[in-house]
Design a protein around this ligand. Structure first.
Ligand code: ISJ
Length: 411
C-alpha cells in the first residue's frame, strides 16, 4: 500500500458556504476531474492533497477505511456545515476483482459541493492553491473503434459456454463483460464526457475518478448519518422504437421469468448482506421498472438504518461484489469470469464514489463507463447470464449498454 501525501503530512482543511455555483462540471479547471453528480447535485474536486493506492485483496475496503481514519484524524478541520460531503472528502474507485491491484482513493486540493439548496467550497492543504487553468474542454476528434479482448462472435461463444455451466448445475448466474477501444486524435478530456453524460442521464450518477469516467444507474450504497439506501438493478431490455413498442417491451421485461430470476439473485444477496448490519431494512417484494435513455432495468430500492457506527466503506466491504455484476454463488461466478472473459476488468464493475470524515458517502457500481488513458478510452459492458440466456440477445444487450459511453465520446 502506498500513501502519497502531496500537500502536507497533517492536512489543513477548511469548508466555507458559498453562493450557488451552478453547473458543477463547468467549474472543473482541467481534465484531471474528480466528480460525482446526479441531477446537478453532488461533489466535484481537483488537485491532489493525498493519493492512497491499495494493493488487491478482500481487505482493501478495511485498509482504505484505516488509512483514511489516520489521514482525516490527523487533519486540522474547520467545517461549520457538518453535512455529508463537507469537510475532507476522498473520491475512490476499487478494483472489481480482489486480485486487482487498481484501487485508489484521492483527496483533492479543492472541492465544490452542492445539495438541497446548500453549496460549499472546501480547500485542503497548505501552500498556494492551484489556480484554475484556462484550459477549456474540447470534444474528442478522429475516433477509431476496435475490439477489446474478444470479438463479438468470440464473446457470444463464451456466453454459450457459461449457459452450459449453469445448466450443468455449477452455478445460478454469472455476469460476463466485454471491452471495446476508442482511439482519439488528441488526449480525451473527461469534462466533455461528463457534460454529455450528465445531460443525457440526469438520474444516473455521473462520475470521474482517476480516469474512470461514466454514468451509472446503480447505487451500491449511500450512507447519510445512520440511514442507508441502495438501488439494485438486474434484468434489462432496450428502449422501444415508439411509445407502444416501449410499453410492450416494459411489460415483457416485468413479466420475464428469466429477468426476474436474474434480479432476484441480486436483490436477495443485497438483503442478506445488509441485514446483519442494520437495525431496520426494507426490501421491496417486487422490482419496479427503471427507464434510461438507452435501456430499461428491473430495479429494487432498498432502505435501512445502520446498527452501530459503521462507515460507508464497512458497508461496501459487505456488499461487493453483488450478483448484479458477479453472479451466484459469488466465488464460483468470480472464477468463471476469470476463466471466460479473457480480460482484466480493472475498476469496471467495482465500487466508485466518495467518503467523508464522518463515514458518510455515496458509492455506485462503476458501469456504463470507460477507462481514459491519454488518447485512448477502454469501454466496458456486461450482462447477467442465467440458464435461459440466448447469446445473441446478450450481445445486443451489451451493445445497448455501450451506447452510453459511445455517445459521451462521439456526441
Ligand atoms: C454489468 C452491467 O450492468 C449490470 C447488469 C444488468 C443485467 O444483466 O441486466 C443490469 C444492470 C447492472 O446491474 C453493465 O452495464 O456493464
Amino acid at each position: 500500500m502506498s500513501v502519497a501525501v502531496t500537500a502536507s503530512d497533517s492536512l489543513v482543511v477548511r469548508t466555507v458556504p458559498i453562493a450557488d455555483p451552478g453547473d458543477l462540471i463547468a467549474r472543473l479547471p482541467h481534465p484531471a476531474a474528480l466528480a460525482w453528480i446526479r441531477h446537478g447535485q453532488g461533489v466535484v474536486g481537483w488537485g491532489e492533497a493525498a493519493r492512497i493506492t491499495l494493493p488487491g485483496g478482500p481487505g482493501r475496503f478495511a485498509d482504505a477505511g484505516h488509512r483514511l481514519r489516520e489521514l482525516f484524524g490527523a487533519a486540522h478541520v474547520e467545517d461549520p456545515l457538518q453535512i455529508p460531503g463537507s469537510g475532507p472528502v476522498a473520491f475512490g474507485s476499487f478494483g472489481f476483482d480482489p486480485k486487482s491491484p487498481d484501487s485508489v482513493l484521492i483527496v483533492p486540493r479543492q472541492i465544490i459541493g452542492r445539495r438541497d439548496g446548500q453549496a460549499w467550497l472546501t480547500t485542503i492543504g497548505t501552500g498556494p492553491h492551484p489556480h484554475p487553468l484556462a484550459h477549456p474542454p474540447a470534444p474528442p476528434t478522429q475516433l477509431a473503434w476496435s475490439d477489446g479482448a474478444l470479438s463479438a462472435p468470440a464473446w457470444e461463444q463464451r456466453v454459450a459456454a457459461a449457459v452450459e455451466r449453469i445448466r450443468a448445475g455449477h452455478l445460478g448466474k454469472v455476469v460476463l463483460a466485454r471491452d471495446l477501444y476508442a482511439q482519439a486524435g488528441e488526449p480525451i478530456d473527461a469534462r466533455v464526457l461528463l457534460q454529455r453524460l450528465a445531460a443525457r442521464f440526469p438520474g444516473c450518477y455521473t462520475f470521474s475518478v482517476a480516469g474512470l469516467v461514466g454514468a451509472t444507474p446503480e447505487l451500491l450504497i449511500r450512507r447519510s448519518g445512520g440511514r442507508i439506501d441502495s438501488l439494485v438493478l438486474a434484468g434489462t431490455t432496450a428502449r422501444g422504437a415508439d411509445t407502444a413498442d416501449d410499453a410492450a417491451r416494459a411489460a415483457r421485461l416485468m413479466a420475464s421469468a428469466k429477468d426476474r430470476q436474474e434480479h432476484a439473485y441480486a436483490a436477495e444477496m443485497v438483503r442478506d448482506a445488509l441485514a446483519p448490519l442494520c437495525a431496520e431494512l426494507t426490501v421491496p417484494a417486487e422490482p419496479r421498472l427503471l427507464a434510461l435513455s438507452n435501456v430499461m432495468h428491473l430495479a429494487s430500492a432498498v432502505h435501512g438504518r445502520l446498527d452501530g457506527d459503521r462507515s460507508v466503506l464497512d458497508v461496501l466491504a459487505a456488499l461487493h461484489p453483488t450478483p448484479a455484476v458477479c453472479g451466484t454463488p459469488t466465488a464460483t461466478a468470480m472464477d468463471l469470469i476469470r476463466e471466460l472473459e479473457g480480460m482484466d476488468r480493472g475498476r469496471y464493475a467495482g465500487p466508485v464514489g466518495w467518503v467523508d470524515a464522518r463515514g458518510d458517502g455515496e458509492w455506485g457500481i462503476a458501469l456504463r463507463c470507460a477507462q481514459i488513458s491519454g488518447t485512448r478510452a477502454r469501454l466496458f459492458a456486461g450482462c447477467g447470464i442465467v440458464a435461459d440466456s440466448v447469446p445473441a440477445d446478450e450481445l445486443t444487450e451489451a451493445q445497448n449498454k455501450f451506447r452510453a459511453m459511445q455517445y459521451a465520446l462521439e456526441g
